[in-house]
Write a protein that binds this ligand. Structure first.
Ligand SMILES: Cc1ncc(COP(=O)(O)O)c(C=O)c1O
Length: 362
């Protein structure tokens, strides 16, 4: 692709840091991991950060640490990445699927109305890098005495009310998958929190349930993090804020050029939020034909996500009482993710927008 959907940042310093980690002869949960956890906690604005081998692994450990049990329900939007609900199901609990609002984040009125005696927690998703309606989610959690986890997989560095995501909820959960705003050249994830006891339990569970090398206080897992990837993550974190700013700048160029096009609906920002545009998602007419037209001109696009989670075969075969979610079900046929990354140039954005204009003229 001449203009790919996203691009991973690599530089010489990162390569040197990888070699230094190799030479250290210490590969798992060492000094680099410790420093990365401290730096991530400080960047997010919380006391604790626990690394694990992915977002999915980290949230699985968290739900185990919280002793979530069969019959418990966790409210979460259906319009998100499928892994977001897997840990809930693996601990025997049930995801209750909700619709989204005009920012593609959870419909908080429906969230409030869906709380029952079985509800134990809330899992709002800061999808595409846009914070969910944090004040309302927090109010619902406080009123009903629920824990809430912010899914920050796509939102590293985004803020609401000047405060970073991952620090508002009881827990924040981040992914470092290669396409994310902060990456580690492989899989990875973490939990951020001010809850010292929960952080300690997750730390133990990720490492065979132990604090001491040969004393296992719980039956745990091996879902640890490693030194090479932590060294990469530490370098990427140094540039995160600057890169997020560049993403926002690219979005400004898109907005200038696309705002006059009747066939294209631009993303809406909620007041008080500073989104970090992990994805730049527009709603368009004749979506599939446009994606094909752009591909022929070597412009990468994506659909995040074409099948909502309440419509996935793995879910329809598990549950009978699945809801109708009209907003989600309509938008999945119209959404298109356009190229976005920190190194996208104004000329590239201009080219993409001109091609979109050409398509609708033809
Ligand atoms: C919103 C969201 N939640 C959760 C995940 C799962 O992250 P991971 O691949 O690190 O397990 C992803 C990434 O796929 C995601 O985009």
């Amino acid at each position: 692709m001449k203009i790919p959907l996203s691009r991973v940042y690599i530089n010489e310093t990162i390569k040197q840091r990888i070699l230094a980690a190799v030479d250290s002869q210490n590969y798992i949960l060492g000094k680099e991991c410790e420093a990365f956890e401290q730096e991530l906690a400080a960047h997010t604005g919380v006391k604790h950060c626990v690394l694990a081998s992915s977002w999915t692994a980290a949230v699985h450990l968290l739900l185990l640490a919280l002793k979530i049990k069969p019959g418990d329900e966790i409210l979460t939007p259906a319009h998100t990445a499928f892994p977001g609900i897997e840990p809930i199901i693996h601990v025997g609990a049930k995801p209750v699927f909700l619709d989204v609002d005009e920012t593609y984040t959870v419909n908080v009125d429906q969230m409030e109305a869906s709380v029952t005696s079985r509800t134990v927690g809330l899992l709002p998703v800061h999808l595409y890098g846009h914070p969910a309606a944090i004040a309302r989610v927090k109010a619902i959690a406080d009123k009903h005495n629920l824990f809430w986890i912010e899914d920050c997989a796509q939102a590293h560095g985004a803020t609401w009310n000047g405060q970073r995501v991952g620090s508002h909820g009881n827990f924040g959960a981040f992914s470092f998958f290669p396409s994310k705003n902060l990456t580690v050249f492989g899989d990875g994830g973490c939990i951020t929190t001010n809850d010292a006891a929960a952080a300690e339990r997750i730390r133990m569970l990720r490492n065979h349930g132990r604090k001491d090398k040969y004393v296992h206080e719980m039956v745990g897992f091996n879902l640890r993090f490693n030194e090479i990837q932590a060294a990469v993550g530490r370098e990427q974190l140094k540039r995160l804020d600057e890169f997020n700013e560049r993403r926002r700048k690219a979005v400004g160029w898109y907005r200038q050029r696309l705002s006059g096009m009747a066939q294209v609906r631009l993303p809406v920002e909620r007041p008080g939020c500073l989104p970090v545009y992990h994805m730049f998602v527009v709603q368009v007419e004749r979506r599939d034909a446009l994606a094909k037209f752009l591909k022929e001109r070597e412009i990468g696009t994506g659909i995040h996500y074409p099948v909502p989670n309440h419509r996935q075969p793995a879910i329809t075969s598990l549950y009978r009482d699945l809801p109708r979610l009209p907003v989600t079900e309509a938008l999945v046929d119209r959404i298109l993710s356009l190229p976005i990354h920190p190194h996208l140039t104004e000329d590239e954005v201009d080219f993409v927008c001109r091609q979109i204009g050409e398509f609708y003229k033809s």
